[in-house]
Design a protein. Structure first.
Length: 346
């Protein structure tokens, strides 16, 4: 008898940094103007168009200040997502609150990450604190023991019953972290180059310890299980950087095959042979140089050559043409990344 090829279910996942998606007339950063009605309308329309083009089963989003703004963009897309959540950026009264309770004001301090999906949702969990012992002292700031933008874990179930973990992340940027008071006034001379060095070091330490804490979450999700995991979002560094590899630990596989069980693999590098690997695989442009900051990583269940494989990565696409259309707050300054994954159904 000839071997019967396995049946597969497909799964489109995408990550989108939405560049300060907020409701009109609300101040999100003290040094930036709020959107007026016209700007908000343009941003919702543009974001909705991008969502429609992606047409993903799972959207991992970053830089959302107001959950209601995300829902408005999704409604504009014309697509149906039964579950939309941005913990910490809600605009509704708390559950079981008495009538007349005012709505929550959305995210404060920093924007949040969220998820929208067509799949059945079994569980959602937001990670705020680092695992015990994984904090670090940041020069001039003190202990860093919590995520600035808490990662969001959604445990989803596909139509054929297979569970999939999706973890949405947004790590600390490389932007220098200057000291300031509670009102946002500078406490350091930003023109002093040595002060600038220390400010950049603070950002690196913060991103590094966030990556280490995120690695612990990944290990807990993968160790001694065969539930596939997708980790995607804005890593604020390239795939082979120290901080990104702190999360993925892909390099450990080269000298320890047992490490595959808890490693993550860059979906772009895991694409099937028939996929078109283009030289336009970048998601951000900084001072004229393209970079890959927005990434999709998968567990070994999506690695076709692994003995524990349950599927594969068919294709990864970068939606980044808008990065060359000029700066405009209605558009994101990040490209969006989408992966077509497959999982066996038998």
């Amino acid at each position: 008898m000839q071997d019967i090829p396995p049946n597969y279910a497909t799964l489109f996942v995408a990550t989108c940094n939405l560049l300060n998606l907020a409701n009109p007339h609300r101040v999100y950063y003290e040094n930036q103007d709020a959107y007026d009605e016209r700007e908000y309308e343009r941003k919702i329309a543009w974001t909705g168009e991008r969502f429609h083009a992606l047409n993903a089963d799972v959207l991992a989003v970053q830089e959302v200040w107001d959950e209601s703004a995300l829902k408005a963009a999704i409604a504009r897309s014309g697509l149906r997502y039964d579950f939309v959540s941005v913990p910490g950026a809600e605009n509704t009264p708390p559950p079981a609150s008495p009538p007349g309770t005012p709505a929550r004001p959305g995210a404060q301090g920093t924007p949040r990450v969220g998820i929208a999906t067509r799949l059945q949702v079994d569980e959602v969990r937001s990670f705020v604190d680092f695992p015990p012992g994984f904090g670090a002292e940041v020069p001039g700031l003190g202990p860093h023991t919590r995520f600035e933008r808490p990662p969001l874990l959604a445990t989803l179930r596909m139509k054929h019953g297979q569970q999939v973990h999706v973890l949405t992340v947004h790590l600390k940027s490389k932007r220098p972290k200057f000291l300031q008071d509670a009102q946002g006034n500078a406490l350091e001379d930003r023109e002093d180059r040595k002060v600038g060095v220390m400010a950049s070091l603070r950002s690196l330490v913060m991103r590094g310890v966030e990556a280490a804490a995120l690695r612990c979450i990944v290990i807990d999700l993968l160790q001694d299980t065969n539930t596939p995991l997708v980790v995607m979002g804005d890593f604020n560094d390239d795939p082979h950087s120290v901080t990104t590899q702190l999360v993925a630990a892909t390099s450990e596989v080269a000298y320890d095959k047992a490490a595959r069980d808890v490693a993550l693999f860059n979906a772009y590098e895991m694409q099937g042979e028939s996929a078109l690997k283009k030289d336009v695989a970048y998601s951000h442009i900084h001072q004229g140089f393209p970079a890959v900051l927005d990434q999709i990583f998968v567990s070994e269940e999506f690695v076709a050559t692994s003995r524990r494989s349950l599927g594969d990565v068919r294709r990864v696409d970068y939606f980044n043409d808008h990065l060359h259309e000029g700066r405009d707050r209605s558009r994101s300054d990040h490209g969006f990344v989408r992966a077509l994954l497959r999982l066996r159904t038998d």
